[in-house]
Design a protein around this ligand. Structure first.
Ligand code: EZ4
Ligand code: CO
Length: 397
């Protein structure tokens, strides 16, 4: 079975998505997600200009060989643009292989290790009453685990929540105050626990805004509220920085949504400095690379917590769900439902029922792209916000 064609689809049904469609000479079609929020066209060009020409006529079944060919063959390694492009090819080829086998992808990954995939939803509000209302709304939708983000008194925006399409043409700028945040967050979790009791799993995303010693302080302060995890508590390019956090707190740690290879986790996993791996299939080289990463993590009792914001397309989401169902060291899956417009372009077989996701039984990954619908939504430039301290210094967003 040879690759006969490959097409890059850029569409904006409420937010931008980049999808690779691969077709084979015997008529099978596979899809891979290559969406890199705020830098979408760089990946589209990487694929169109430098990868698609290499794919034509290759054996569609040779997934590992194609992965190595694109990774080692480029000479220039790693990086979000390269790894998102490789991920799109990899997922499209797994989609095709599973369709050729007549099975949902999870069967090719070893079969189901569980009956459903525990998902967590997002609750956020400018103040405490809004936060509590938002948690109630997620629970009514069926979520059994909830990430809680709150506005900080004195700051205008609820931090870490980007506007998918700001249409200003330039990134929004936000203001940040670390001391105000550190004082406020424990009071939010105290109130949430008082309202909802000890059972509900609660998560929190720090979005890389603290130094290691500040992160250690927050982790300790949150211990009474028994978090499921504290996410991206400090930038982790310097993996050794997590030793300091770990020495001071038993709050579980999740890291890695901005990482793109297993190497970014080497020290974090080997020294058991984190509890959950946050990579997305879309940003970390696809199913092939993620499977290796999770198997490595399993040796150290580190579990999965696949990134699932709405800037991962339903194609990327579905690929993650097949892994979630198959691997032994599954932890939790982030799930932010897409808009009706997005689901009009991306037809999915995955389901969300009573707090649990399932990829469905359709052969392949179970998502197809309606190209006529996609063509109705032209690409629109959009950026994530940029963050500054009160004195104007650029800070992590
Ligand atoms: O801000 O995916 O845990 N989820 C997150 C996300 C990220 C976006 C950035 O594109 O932190 O919402
Ligand atoms: Co995050």
């Amino acid at each position: 079975m040879r690759i006969a064609g490959a097409e890059v689809i850029v569409t904006c049904p409420g937010r931008n998505f980049v999808t690779l469609e691969i077709t084979t000479d015997d008529g099978l079609v596979g899809y891979g997600d290559a969406t890199l929020n705020g830098r979408e066209l760089a990946v589209a060009s990487y694929l169109r200009d430098h990868v698609v020409p290499l794919l034509i006529n290759r054996d569609a079944h040779k997934i590992e060989d194609t992965w190595q060919y694109l990774y080692r063959g480029a000479y220039w390694r790693r990086g979000p643009v390269t790894m998102a492009a490789i991920a799109a090819v990899d997922v499209a080829l797994w989609d095709i292989k599973a369709k050729a086998a007549g099975m949902p992808l999870y069967q090719l990954l070893g079969g189901a290790s569980r009956t459903g995939i525990m998902a967590y939803g997002h609750a956020s509000g400018r103040d405490l009453p809004e936060v509590l209302d938002s948690i109630r709304a997620r629970r009514e939708e069926g979520f059994r685990s909830i990430r809680v983000q709150s506005g900080v008194p004195g700051l205008d925006t609820i931090y870490g929540i980007g506007n998918p399409l700001d249409r200003t043409g330039l990134p929004n700028e936000e203001v940040w105050d670390t001391r105000a945040y550190l004082r406020h967050v424990p009071t939010v979790f105290e109130a949430v626990r008082n309202e909802f009791g000890p059972e509900l799993p609660l998560l929190h995303d720090v979005h890389h805004r603290l130094t290691p010693i500040q992160a250690a302080k927050l982790g300790k302060a949150l211990e009474p509220y028994d978090l499921f995890w504290m996410e991206d508590c400090t930038p982790a390019e310097n993996q050794e920085g997590l030793r300091l956090v770990r020495q001071h707190t038993t709050t579980p740690l999740a890291i890695g949504e901005v990482f793109n290879t297993a190497f970014d986790y080497q020290t974090l996993i080997r020294e058991q400095l984190i509890d959950y791996v946050r990579s997305a299939v879309t940003h970390t080289g696809g199913v092939t690379a993620m499977r290796k990463l999770f198997d490595h993590a399993a040796l150290y009792q580190v579990k999965s917590g696949i990134h699932g914001p709405t800037d991962i397309s339903p194609v990327g989401m579905a690929a993650g769900l097949h892994l979630d169902l198959a691997i032994h060291n599954f932890g939790i899956q982030e799930f932010a439902p897409h808009s009706a417009e997005t689901y009009e372009v991306f037809r999915r077989s995955y389901t969300f029922d009573d707090g649990y996701l399932h990829p469905g039984e359709t052969p392949g990954i179970g998502v197809t792209v309606d190209k006529d619908a996609a063509a109705k939504f032209d690409y629109e430039p959009a950026y994530l916000p940029v963050n500054r301290l009160r004195d104007g210094t650029v800070h992590d967003w």
